[in-house]
Design a protein around this ligand. Structure first.
Ligand SMILES: Nc1ncnc2c1ncn2[C@@H]1O[C@H](COP(=O)(O)OP(=O)(O)OP(=O)(O)O)[C@@H](O)[C@H]1O
Ligand SMILES: [Mg+2]
Length: 1081
């Protein structure tokens, strides 16, 4: 049997008290102390965890620790609260068993801390996810809220739970938290109005005043100073290690996480503030005529502020503090309250306000954390109830608290001691009975319906007549006097008559955890828990939704004249329900022990611990465990769980379950002393045997898992293979089909190609033929068309083209001409006849016309020019014209004459007196008078003569004398000869036989030859009767008749002696040579 790690390894003392040897109270305490000194605060008694309060934080709650304990066997590691939490969680998750974790111990032993550790462990190991985490967070954050409102500092514990709390955490089938339900049990509300010395009020009051912002306090009309409030005790207002301000922020934050709305938080704080204000309201007596005192509010300021806070009408509340209305059936009687009653009413209101607010908080938290699904939940209940407590003054609250602890002890005894032992007997297991103290008798003393203390109290409260705490004590003295756990000075039981530790107004109960002296004062009132109806109605009228909700009985329309159940009755029944609830679940115990009374670390007070060990019945617990069996299980489930460990029972056992288990145990060779067969269960003595079975099972499960895995994998592979094979066939079929299809398509397309080529060839052939045919047809058509065209053109040419061409041509020409003429018109040169300018011709074909036009224009402009002339000028130009006609291009002298004006009378013959005589000789008008040289025929030398020309004659006269030397009638003149050259020689040829011709022809030289000859020619032609013209002979050789001889006058070009003028020389008889200088250009 091999266990890898164990609580036995590295053990300090013994981790499980069952293993303690020898077992005695001393060794038990010794073991606890030893472990405590080594920071081992947890020790087992079987499956029960003993927890010692270390009063300091130990490094044993880290996330690594959580992981260490996660999914491990209970006995595998050293004792820890996590092992218990893990065990509970796993059997809830895996075996579907609802669990409850019962945490017991006296006040300050560490129950609340333990419950929080359990919850945080479960939260850490269970499932994760956004929704799950939210649920976890809300469940965990409900603690700070409830602790702030329900915990207070007491002499025993700085954070003492003043209410009982049972929380059901609900899980789904996977073990993920779904939500939770919190039940609260009787809050110690008397603390609101009065706290014992050394204690203080509920944390929230101090937290609010320390932690709230100035602004919040102002709104709540509060001061930060605790001393301003009557309800807050001052002697221990500040607790070491508690930071109220930080806690306030934590609480507010927790409220937000849990799901409180902002206005809900505000309302809650307003109520807390209202309670504080209420405590400050004081009363004064006011005498009445009938000698009674009536109470009046002393200083109305606090009342006013409180009413403003809660929206209550001040007068209504004020009246409720002075009067009380009692309704009975149809009657309504109003009585006045004296000052004491007023204070009572005030405190009752404060207590009620606070306790109802607390219950509302629990309901509100439940609303937030309740599971959303309606499916069946697995439940883990965590019970953290106020611990057993003994104070100096113990009252109704302690009585209730201790009663509750009695009940829990009962359950522990029931399930661990009595039940277990009874089970051995029932199962027929050999068993020597172990004695233990059964506190059922104490429970009976308190809760018995006939003569129990609670029943007596209720009876007193309901009884008509005067009821006081004393009458109640009297009643107890009579009814419970005989009870061995009840002690009272005045009871019939005379043995207490002289017990001075037992005052007259008290009774004492011997609880399982010790004797507690209860003072009866206040029992009746607290049990009645009466709140005057006027007050509840005043509260209901408040303009504050939360207050209204807290006092539903104040609604006048729902007046209930029935008395409400007493506090004791309510508590008893709720505890009864709780016990029943716990019994349906698998219990897990955490027994908390406080090591000292000083709340100090490292101090182990043996007497204190011993006392707790005793009353918790731990020794008996160990004895029962040691004598008994660690584990039991009905045969059926046992066989079911371990049948895989034996071939004969696996997989099915056909016979009875017990026989199967026997076969199994025999097969596993478990020593017979390690187990016993009961009637319906097998009992296993040592946990190690169970570990052995579990370990074998775990291995077997692994093997089975491997087998299942193997088969599954084989199956999976085969299925996969078959599927692949099937797929392969399908794929192959598809592929073949595809390949064939491809082949077919190839052949088909090849065929189509061949076919298309053949068809193409055929088609092309056909096309060629058709094209040829078409071309032939087209050719024929074209020829025909051309032929027709020709015909038609031939026929219609005359109408169209020829004419059109001509017309277009004419038009074009016209246009061109028009343009041309307009151009010429625009570009005409000036009117001067000598202007040579003429616009360039635009087209070559217009050459002739252009030239023609130019000449026409010129002629026209000449004509125009001429038309301006006078008759004289006209005659001059006519002469010039004549000269031109005669000599132009014939005689070289001509050009030089053009510019010379034909003056005619060079000698001014009529005016010159020298020639007067000569002028007179001439009858006609002298047309020309000039000096000429008459060439001597003999030598060729010249003699100056005056030549006169009239219309009828040519007269030669001596230049000096003016004597006429010769006069030739013009008709006798037949020709004039001149040379072609640049000389002034001319010969006048005379008609032979005429009178003038006696001396022969005249050879003359004149400077104005051209003028002279022209005039001569002109006159000659006009003078001639027969119209014969004077002959002008132009030649370089001509004959001159000198008297008898004919002499040839020859003109040559040669240089002359006298420069530019020509010279004449007689060469011989027949020749007269005239040398003419070459004309200069
Ligand atoms: N496991 C622990 N580790 C460290 N400190 C602890 C532990 N358990 C308890 N304490 C200390 O002891 C104090 C009292 O513990 P707790 O409030 O749990 O007592 P209780 O049993 O709930 O008392 P009451 O019955 O008055 O509510 C705690 O405030 C804490 O300081
Ligand atoms: Mg507590």
């Amino acid at each position: 049997m091999e266990v890898k790690t164990s609580l036995l390894d590295n053990m300090i003392g013994v981790g499980d008290m069952v293993l303690l040897e020898p077992l005695s109270e001393d060794s038990f305490l010794e073991n606890l102390k030893k472990r405590f000194d080594h920071n081992e605060i947890y020790t087992y008694i079987g499956s029960v965890v003993i927890s010692m309060n270390p009063y300091r934080s130990l490094p044993i709650y880290s996330p690594e620790k959580v992981e260490e304990y996660r999914n491990r066997n209970f006995y595998e590691l050293s004792p820890h609260i996590y092992a218990l939490a893990d065990e509970a969680y796993r059997s809830l998750r895996d075996q579907d068993k609802d669990q409850c974790i019962l945490i017991t111990g006296e006040s300050g032993a560490g129950k609340t801390e333990a419950s929080k550790l359990v919850m945080s462990y479960v939260a850490a190991v269970c499932g994760k996810g956004q929704e799950v985490n939210k649920v976890k967070e809300q469940l965990l954050q409900s603690n700070p809220v409830l602790e702030a409102f329900g915990n207070a500092k007491t002499v025993r514990n700085d954070n003492s739970s003043r209410f009982g709390k049972y929380m059901d955490i609900e899980f789904d089938f996977k073990g993920d938290p779904l939500g939770g339900v919190i039940s609260n049990y009787l809050l110690e509300k008397s603390r609101v109005v009065k706290q014992p010395r050394g204690e203080r009020n509920f944390h929230i009051f101090y937290q609010l005043l320390s932690g709230a912002s100035d602004d919040t306090l102002k709104k709540l009309k509060l001061y930060r100073d605790f001393s301003k409030y009557n309800y807050l005790s001052l002697d221990s207002a500040v607790v070491n290690g508690l930071d109220d301000a930080t806690s306030f922020r934590t609480v507010k934050n927790a409220m937000q996480i849990v799901g409180f709305m902002e206005d809900e938080i505000r309302s809650v704080l307003e109520l807390v503030a209202a309670v504080l204000k209420l405590g400050n309201i004081e009363f004064k007596p006011e005498s009445r005529c009938n000698d009674t005192d009536e109470s009046r509010v002393r200083d109305k300021n606090d009342l006013k502020e409180m009413c403003e806070l809660l929206g209550i009408e001040q007068t209504v509340l004020e009246r409720a503090f002075s009067y009380r209305t009692v309704e009975a059936k149809l009657e309504k009687v109003s009585t006045t309250l004296n000052v004491a009653q007023a204070y009572y009413a005030r405190d009752a209101l404060a207590k009620n306000l606070y306790s109802r607010l607390f219950s509302w908080l629990v309901t509100r938290i439940n609303e937030s954390i309740k599971a959303q699904t309606k499916s069946r939940h697995k439940v883990m209940g965590v019970l953290d109830i106020y611990g057993f407590e003994i104070f100096e003054d113990n009252s109704f609250e302690q009585f209730i608290i201790n009663y509750c602890n009695e009940k829990l002890q009962q359950i522990f005894i029931e399930l661990t001691l009595r039940e277990e032992q009874e089970e051995y007997i029932r199962e027929g297991i050999e068993w020597t009975n172990i004695e233990y103290f059964n506190n059922a008798v104490i429970c009976d003393l308190i809760e018995n319906n006939q003569n129990g203390i609670m029943a007596m109290l209720d009876e007193e409260c309901l009884r008509p007549g005067t009821v006081t705490d004393e009458t109640f004590l009297d009643k107890l003295n009579t009814v419970c006097a005989e009870h061995q756990h009840f002690e009272s000075r005045l009871s019939k039981n005379s043995k207490f008559l002289n017990d001075h530790s037992l005052p007259h107004s008290c009774f004492r109960i011997q609880h399982y955890a010790g004797k507690v002296l209860y003072c009866v004062e206040g029992f009746v009132d607290k049990n009645n828990d009466l709140l005057y109806r006027d007050l509840s109605q005043a509260m209901f009228k408040a303009n504050h939704s939360l207050i209204k909700e807290l006092f539903p009985e104040g609604n006048p329309s729902k007046v209930n004249l029935k008395r409400p159940p007493t506090a004791g009755y309510q508590f008893k029944s709720s505890v009864g329900t709780l016990m029943k609830n716990l019994q349906t679940k698998n219990p897990n115990y955490i027994r908390c022990i406080k090591p000292n009374d000083k709340k100090a670390a490292h101090i182990f007070t043996p007497s204190l611990v011993c006392h707790q060990v005793r009353y918790l019945g731990l020794m008996e617990n160990v004895r029962v465990r040691r004598a008994g069996y660690a584990f039991r299980q009905p045969y059926g489930p046992c066989l079911e769980r371990y049948k895989m460990l034996c071939k004969r029972t696996w997989p099915h056992w056909r016979g009875p379950a017990r026989e199967g288990v026997e076969v199994l145990m025999a097969d596993l060779q478990v020593p017979t002393e390690e187990f016993s067969y009961g009637r319906s269960k097998i009992f296993i003595r040592n946990p190690r045997t169970l570990f052995f079975l579990e370990e074998r099972r775990r291995q077997c499960l692994q093997d089975l898992a491997t087998l299942i895995q193997k088969i599954y994998r084989g199956w999976k592979c085969r299925t996969h293979f078959l599927l692949m094979k099937k797929s392969q066939v399908v794929v192959a079929a598809w592929y073949r089909r595809y390949a064939q299809q491809k082949k077919y398509q190839r052949i088909k397309s090849a065929t189509t190609v061949v076919q298309s080529y053949a068809r193409g060839w055929q088609a092309r052939k056909l096309l060629r033929e058709l094209k040829h045919q078409k071309r032939c047809e087209e050719a024929v058509t074209t020829i025909a068309a051309y032929w027709h065209g020709t015909q038609v053109r031939r026929e219609y040419r005359k109408f169209f083209r020829a004419n059109a061409g001509k017309k277009i041509y004419n038009f074009t020409i016209q246009r061109i001409m028009q343009k041309y003429f307009l151009g010429v018109k625009r570009g005409l040169p000036c009117m001067s006849p000598v202007d040579k300018n003429w616009p360039a011709r635009p087209y070559r074909f217009l050459d002739a016309a252009h030239a023609q036009l130019r000449s026409i224009f010129h002629l026209w402009r000449c004509k125009k020019y001429r038309s301006q002339f006078s008759e004289e000028r006209k005659a001059v130009y006519q002469e010039k014209l004549e000269a031109s006609e005669l000599f132009k291009d014939k005689k070289s002298l001509y050009p030089s004459s053009v510019s010379q004006p034909f003056k005619g009378d060079y000698l001014e013959i009529s005016k010159n007196p020298k020639y007067q005589k000569l002028s007179n000789c001439v009858e006609e008008k002298v047309l020309l008078a000039d000096v000429v040289n008459k060439i001597n025929r003999a030598n060729g030398k010249g003699t100056s003569r005056i030549l006169l020309l009239t219309k009828k004659n040519v007269v030669l006269a001596d230049q000096k004398t003016g004597q006429v030397k010769a006069s030739v009638a013009l008709p006798d003149l037949i020709s004039v000869s001149v040379s072609t050259q640049n000389d002034g020689f001319f010969a006048l040829k005379l008609k032979e036989g005429s009178a003038s011709a006696v001396k022969g022809d005249f050879l003359l030289s004149s400077e104005h030859l051209i003028e002279t000859i022209t005039k001569l020619h002109h006159i000659g032609s006009t003078a001639s009767d027969d119209g014969e013209q004077l002959d002008i002979n132009i030649s370089d050789e001509f004959l001159v008749q000198f008297k008898q001889d004919k002499v040839c006058v020859k003109f040559i070009q040669a240089a002359t002696k006298n420069g530019n003028s020509a010279s004449c020389k007689r060469k011989n008889n027949r020749l007269l040579e005239v040398s003419v200088p070459a004309a200069t250009a």
